[in-house]
Design a protein around this ligand. Structure first.
Ligand code: C2E
Ligand code: CA
Ligand code: CA
Ligand code: CA
Length: 279
């Protein structure tokens, strides 16, 4: 029994060591990757349902690992948040997104907003407001073209603090969206006090719209709720004609999803914006 116990224990530590080792290796590779510009941004159009025009693009980060190829953010953002590497990485994303959007504007394309995802770790950094201000100053992009996407769970963790920070940035002209709406625990009283321009209905409610009557109920209710609170409502993960038709019929303001476009490289966005400038 003692032997088995010892083996069990050794097995456990060996496995733990592997896990810890893998995490350390990933962390180290990420640190290296940040220093060596292995990260890049794709952009996904956000489209006005009435006009069909692109009014914004969401910046979505990718990691081109030298040996493993392109890595999705779902595989490295959580560790980046745990280790704090999200702070330098997030800074890079913010700066690059603002720089790129200003470059499109300078090239004479019809101006759009750029949406940037912000994690809790970034948002609660002491000098967060200063980091945003710097990105705006250094890019020369006007603050009103920047939208920051915050998840519901981030916002609800410390609502009063979040509102204070948001109000300071809002005074500069920055806008906010609540990302993944419906997956966290928003209290309605908190929601009404948040300085938020846009609600993003989480894709989990959009995915089964055609099959699930409850999801249709939720989507329709969130559309009304947001609009009653003077927010624009955008549905994400819109892939099919059926989903599109439902959202259109229920007066959703905007859509984002493969139905219109996948996340694409900046050059491809440029072509889309150019054809819409010509319209
Ligand atoms: P998110 O902010 O909810 O972004 C939407 C995700 O849905 C993106 O995945 C996008 O590619 C995907 N998507 C868009 N349209 C469709 C569709 O029609 N169908 C389906 N099935 N998926 C669609 P992605 O790019 O892999 O990003 C995953 C998550 O990683 C993001 O979810 C966000 O939470 C995080 N993330 C990405 N970039 C950043 C970043 O720069 N900073 C931070 N903090 N998080 C980021
Ligand atoms: Ca987002
Ligand atoms: Ca989302
Ligand atoms: Ca999400």
């Amino acid at each position: 029994a003692k032997e088995a116990g010892r083996d069990g224990f050794q097995f456990y530590t060996a496995e733990m060591n592997t896990k810890v080792h893998e995490r350390l290796a990933l962390q180290e590779a990420m640190r290296h990757g940040i220093a060596h510009c292995e990260f890049y941004l794709l952009y996904q159009p956000q489209v006005d349902l009435q006009t069909g025009r692109i009014f914004a693009v969401e910046a979505l980060v990718r990691w081109k690992h030298p040996t493993q190829g392109v890595i999705s953010p779902v595989h490295f953002i959580p560790l980046a948040e745990e280790t704090g590497l999200i702070v330098p990485l997030g800074d890079w994303v913010l700066n690059e997104a603002c720089r790129q959007n200003k470059a499109w504007q300078d090239a004479g394309l019809s101006p759009v907003n750029v949406s940037v995802n912000v994690s809790g770790r970034q948002f609660h950094e002491k000098n967060w407001i200063c980091r945003v201000t710097r990105a705006l100053r250094e890019s020369g992009m006007e603050a009103r073209y920047l939208e920051l996407e915050l998840t519901e769970s981030l916002l609800m963790r410390n609502v009063d603090q979040a509102i204070a920070t948001m109000k300071e940035l809002q005074a500069l002209g920055v806008h906010f969206a609540i990302d993944d709406f419906g997956t966290g625990y928003s209290s309605l009283s908190a929601l009404k006090n948040l300085p938020v321009a846009r609600l993003k209905i989480d894709q989990s409610f959009i995915r089964n719209l055609a099959r699930d009557e409850n999801d249709r109920g939720i989507a329709a209710a969130v559309i009304s709720l947001g609009q009653r609170l003077n927010m624009r409502v955008i549905a994400e993960g819109v892939e099919t004609d059926e989903q599109f038709a439902f959202l259109h019929d229920n007066h959703c303001d905007e859509i984002q999803g493969y139905h219109f476009s996948r996340p694409i490289k900046s050059k491809a966005i440029e072509d889309l914006l150019r054809s819409q400038t010509a319209m």
